[in-house]
Structures are given as structure tokens and as C-alpha cells.
Design a protein around this ligand. Sequence first.
Ligand code: CA
Length: 362
Amino acid sequence: MRDPAPAKLPPDDERHRRAIIWTAAGLIALPLAALAWNFTAAAPTEAADKARPAGMVWIPGGEFTMGDDKSDEMHKEERPGHRVKVGAFWMDETEVTNTQFARFVEATGYVTEAEKDLDPRTFPNAPSPELLKGGSLVFKHTQGVNPLQCGAGDLPWWRFTVGANWRHPEGPGSEIKDRARHPVLCLTYKDAQAYAKWAGKRLPTEAEWEFAARGGLADKKYVWGDVERPAGKILCNHWQGKFPATDTGEDGFKYVAPVKSFPANGYGLYDMAGNVWEMCDDWYGPEWYGRSPKDNPAGPVIGHDPEGTGYGQHVIRGGSWLCDEGYCFRYRATARQGLDTLTSTNHAGFRCVADPVAPASK
Ligand SMILES: [Ca+2]
């Protein structure tokens, strides 16, 4: 853990907390039999529930195998599988939504990176002045492309779109007024950090993220088990069809889905696979797993920088609505990738964690 316990919880969390305390106080007055039932049924989580921040679930911490020795050559950054131990923490049960982010902006007047132009004096080598205007990378369906033949720096389905930002995720003309429960998009790592700090929380480390995503299952390919479609059911929002041309939307969504559209994992976390990539606190290193320490690893000291921007990449996890089975295939539990620190896109978001306060004193 790099940050101390959260300095404060948002007001609604405080209210929720008080409500739980009053509820707990009310339980004391119940008949003994009812009280005994309550303790028997809920004993393992009782202490945690008393301090439960609104919208967060308790992740108990423990030791697990992170990564996968058997990852194929296209996903070799997931090797080697290695033992890692993380402490306990709280985690947002969903990705941060447009409603939640709007509350932050309203309270602070925060302006996101994608809403601001970059200073040409800071970026004298920018390939075009257009790239210095406020905007985000936006996915465009693209015909006639074999993604397997595209180099990492030449992905024609991404277009830098001036005016694309969290309020207009597909650019000017697009709106979020009917997307209150959709994950917020088009943010940079700095934006996510700013929100987390305001909320009295922090971004998860990559190790915390993977531990939580596995939901108590060990060494499974997906966050729900080893079978991709148990009983034929698709269990996360990803891409079906020919990428990047046609998404059939067999899972019910051809775009980002509202949070909680698919079942939660074993810890009660929603959308830990697919929907949007989730930013982690760590710098990204494709070979980091070969030298990661065992206890609470927090990533390398400098980020991978394949584009030579000088700013490096941070880790994103979980895959997104754009991950298909044949090309990206990163809605698996071990999948990982880097996102340039200055880049915002309409397939990446985040969720926060908070360090324990009350459960540690049980
Ligand atoms: Ca989908």
C-alpha cells in the first residue's frame, strides 16, 4: 500500500456509514434468537459490513498466482506466473460512472485533460497541431483491415477526435445524458487520480486489481471460471464478430454497457472483465513480472514508452467492449496492457480502492 487510509469519505458514504451504525444499534434490541441468527449467518463479514463504504466491497487480501506461464506469444507480458501477496482493501463494486464523475466535477470545477489544449512549447515535436487540441482517441468501425497485420503503433480503428471528452465520448454531437450509469470515458491517468483523491480513495495496484478480479477463484482463465460461455451464456461485455468491422452485439451490447449489466464475480465486483479497461496505479512494464517482488508489488519505477513520448504508460486491466476472441482476447483474468499517460480513449475508465480502517481493528 502506498497511500495511507483514506482521509475522508464522500458525504453520501458518511451518511451510508451512519445508517449502518444505526441499523446495527437497532439489531441489539432484537430478541436474542434473531440476534443469534444474524451472527451465525453473517459472522464472516460482520466487522467489515459495519464500516462498509457505500458502493464498495471488501476484498480480503491473500496470496495468489498472478499472471500465467502458459500465455501465448501474443500475450507474453502475462508471463511468468508468480506468487504475489496483497493486503485487504475496499474496492468500488463498479467502474466509476458518468453520474459519479459529474458529482466530482460539480464539486471541484475540475477540467479533464481531454478538455484542454496542449501547449505547443511543451510539445515542439508533435506530428500535427491538430493533436495538441483537446480531444480523445475514439474507436471507429473500420472495414478491410486484418488487425493481426497491424503494427502496435498503426491501429487504423483509432482516430484522434478533437472535442471528444467525458461529456462527449464520441466527439462533438455525442452526449451522456442518457448514460448516467455508464462508466465515464475519455479520461487520462491524471484525471482518474484526481477523482480518486477527491473521493478519499486511490487507484488499485495491478496486483490488487488481479487479486480482486479473480473473486476468490485460483488459476482460472476468466474471472468466472475456466469455461468462456458456461451454459452458452456470455458473461461480460466484449466484441463478437469480425474486429474491427462488425460487432454483432451477441452479448446484448455493441458499445459500452451500463455498469452491472452482467453478473458480479465472487467478491461482488461487476465488470472486472470487458466493458472498459480499468486504469491501475502502476507504471506498465511488459517484462515486469520477471522481477516483481512478492509482497504488495507496486509496479516498476518507470513506464514502458513504445511511442517515445517521454511520458510512459500506466497499466490498464480487464479488457473492454472492443476485445474480441481472435485478436485482442484480453477479457481474461491475466490480461494486461499499457495506456500512454497522456492518452484518453473511449474504451478505458477506472474504479477506486480504499485501505481498511475499521476491519483492521476487529
Ligand atoms: Ca458487446
